[in-house]
Design a protein around this ligand. Structure first.
Ligand code: MIC
Ligand code: SF4
Length: 651
């Protein structure tokens, strides 16, 4: 039987396990990437493994999240990252060089390879035919040390693309449509593979927009074939030599197939507060808009920025609108400067923002109270913009430009007709401007490098081994779709990422600001903290701090209806046991503040998949289950993945 692309890459990298959907396999990782917000912890963990040099083909450390440098913390982190990279054989992409996924696509991505990144949007590089997976930082540190990455052998969903996008409809609308169909829930354990005639109509950066926001579906990753279009993109980046063809065999099988006719798509918008709250732009046209922002790893390519500039050329944005543009990389910024798109944008009334994550992670550009913010990024979770009562609407660059002109939500096709704008069909250039001077190669003589550790650099935490019994309290009960932004806010809090005790004071800040105090009090009294959640607990970012900080606060178990992939792996890595209700109705019976006991949890998980639980306040017993692999059980028993790795003396 023929193979699909996903099977081809996994099988070529298989180190352990049976390649059967649902089973855990270990794969070899060719490349890793980190960004600064997750990266400091990754390298602290890597250092503690005592390995002299990375064992991957390529590892890159990007600085793109915390670049505001209010106070010394961010700058301390940057200096640590730069020196640790030089010493251990890692390329370092300086602040200002661009957003990790965009730069990686331009300068390092290679078809057929595996990439593990400490950021949930690592699948962006699926657009160039890589098997690119987001993971917690510790998993990335272990991959850098040469250890395999463990994942559930996925089921593969083929999205069969036909037709061609019409003017003013773009790649973002493809993924928004898929989010409407598949939603953000229930896709754990799947990979999306794109195929069909329509693939040929999409450039690599357009494909990357689609695979990027595949993260919001909750799938392990998304991938496109590698074809002549991929080759042309790599040629334009001066890297044609890394090109290899990659396509599914004609008789490849899939677990599910969805047909999507590109010619039938329309401009779409994800309304607050979830990326799957999708409607047609025309359905909400006319809603007044306060802010329009172009950028993020989803939509900040050369084509995106140039398209917006051409739509706005000779026009002014609406006076009501604060309009910002953050080109995704220094390459995009340079090209936009030399080709004058930047001047066009400034003339139209744009505020030019740094080539970083910026507004996307809530670092600046918070909208006004009750404001309407239209953005080209991928997440509109509650509170993420920095203004709790504002609403963020996710759209394509074309729609964003139309909204900026009108000062209200507007379909770009309608605005184009009204104002006589022709669709600027921007193509990938024959040659991009290549200047890698802000990517610092590793030191030739590592012995001479002194690692710089300012006061913001702490130590990696050391969770305790799983106790025989968990006896404690439901310190917090939350509902469905709790994201890692709920658990561990970013924005202005981000700068404390390298300082766990401080960052832990913000756990669940937007949900219950008192949580961390209750949890710490319990911890001091020896009472275990247990969190109860609904469906898709831990959606969104890969930030392992959403596990590290609760672990520091003494959280020993999370009981939920379902978990997202990266977060549940992070929980295990940091010694918190993720448990599922056997009967979902038990979720309704349990309340915050209830005393809860798992009297034989350690023995139970070693014996099988059932764990006994007692609600001591209400006086009833109920059953829990888990999906832990044998390896994960051993990790919990050892007190987290780092301890396990050290104990075993093996990766
Ligand atoms: C995000 O988009 O939420 C982030 C910030 O890039 C995160 C990583 C982080 O929290 O540092 C992600 O998506 O993994
Ligand atoms: Fe940065 Fe936003 Fe992309 Fe996360 S989603 S990597 S914060 S641009």
């Amino acid at each position: 039987m023929g193979k699909n692309i996903v099977q081809k890459i996994i099988d070529a990298h298989l180190v352990s396990g049976e390649p059967v959907p649902g089973k855990e396999v270990g794969i070899r990782i060719d490349q890793t990437l980190t960004q600064d917000a997750t990266g400091t912890m990754v390298y602290l963990q890597f250092e503690s493994m005592g390995i002299p040099r990375v064992r991957t083909e390529l590892s890159v450390s990007y600085v793109d999240h915390n670049t505001l440098q209010e106070g010394f913390e961010n700058a301390d982190d940057h200096l640590y990252l730069q020196t640790v990279a030089a010493k251990y054989g890692i390329y370092y992409s300086k602040a200002g060089n661009g957003i990790c996924h965009q730069v990686h696509l331009e300068r390092f991505g290679a078809p057929g390879k595996t990439l593990l990144g400490s950021d949930s949007h690592t699948p962006t590089n699926g657009g160039i035919g890589m098997l690119a997976i987001g993971a917690g930082g510790l998993d990335v540190a272990i991959a850098m040390a040469g250890g395999p990455f463990y994942l559930t052998y996925p089921k593969v969903l083929k999205v069969n693309l036909t037709g061609k996008l019409r003017p003013f409809v773009s790649a973002k609308d493809v993924i928004l449509k898929l989010l409407e169909i598949l939603t953000t829930k229930g896709n754990v354990g799947w990979v999306v593979e794109y195929g069909g005639e329509g693939v040929k109509t999409l450039s690599v950066p357009e494909r990357a927009t689609i695979t990027n926001m595949g993260a919001e579906l909750g799938v392990t990753t998304s991938i496109f074939p590698s074809d002549e279009i991929t080759r042309a993109f790599l040629r334009a980046q001066g890297r044609e030599e890394v090109w290899v063809p990659l396509e599914a065999d004609p008789d490849a099988e899939y677990d599910r197939v969805i047909d999507l006719n590109l010619s039938e798509l329309e401009p779409m918008v994800a309304q607050p507060h979830s990326p799957d709250n999708v409607v047609k732009v025309r359905d909400i046209a006319g809603l007044p808009v306060d802010q329009v922002l172009i950028g993020s790893c989803t939509n900040s390519s050369y084509k995106d920025v140039t398209t917006v500039a051409k739509i706005l050329e000779g026009r002014k944005v609406h006076p009501r609108v604060s309009f910002g543009v953050a080109p995704g990389s220094r390459q995009v910024l340079l090209m936009a400067t030399k080709e004058s798109s930047l001047a066009t944008l400034v003339e139209a009334g744009a505020r030019i923002l740094e080539s970083t994550c910026g507004f996307c992670i809530g670092a600046g550009q918070a909208p006004p109270s009750k404001g309407v913010s239209v953005r080209t990024n991928n997440r509109n979770f509650f509170g993420r913009s920095g203004t709790k009562d504002a609403g963020v609407y996710l759209v394509s660059p074309e729609t964003a430009a139309a909204c900026a002109l009108k000062g209200e939500i507007a379909d770009p096709r309608d605005v184009a007709e009204e104002l006589g704008i022709e669709y600027p069909d921007v193509q990938v250039p024959e040659k991009f401007i290549i200047d890698d001077s802000m990517i610092i190669p590793p030191a030739e003589d590592p012995a001479t490098v002194e690692i710089r550790r300012g006061p913001n650099i702490g130590n990696p935490p050391e969770p305790a081994p799983l106790p025989d019994a968990i006896r404690g309290e439901v310190t917090l009960k939350v509902g469905d779709k709790i994201t890692t932004d709920h658990i561990m806010p970013a924005g202005s809090r981000l700068k404390y990422r390298s300082n766990i005790p401080k960052y832990a004071t913000f756990v669940f800040e937007t949900v219950d600001p008192e949580f961390h105090k209750r949890a710490l009090e319990n911890k001091e009294k020896g009472v275990h903290n247990v969190i109860v959640g609904g469906m898709s607990y831990g959606q969104g970012s890969s930030r392992e701090h959403a596990a590290i900080c609760p672990s520091y606060l003494g959280v020993r178990a999370v009981i939920a209806k379902s978990f997202e992939r990266i977060h549940s792996a992070n929980l295990v890595n940091f010694g918190i046991i993720p448990l599922l209700f056997v009967n979902e109705s038990d979720y309704d019976r349990i309340d915050q503040g209830d005393r809860i006991e798992l009297p034989s949890v350690k023995e139970d998980i070693q014996k099988g998949d059932r764990v006994k639980a007692v609600n001591a306040t209400k006086g009833y017993e109920f059953e829990l289950t888990h999906t832990l692999s044998q390896r994960q059980i051993e990790i919990l028993l050892a007190g987290g993945r780092l301890a396990y790795t050290k104990q075993k003396g093996a990766l």
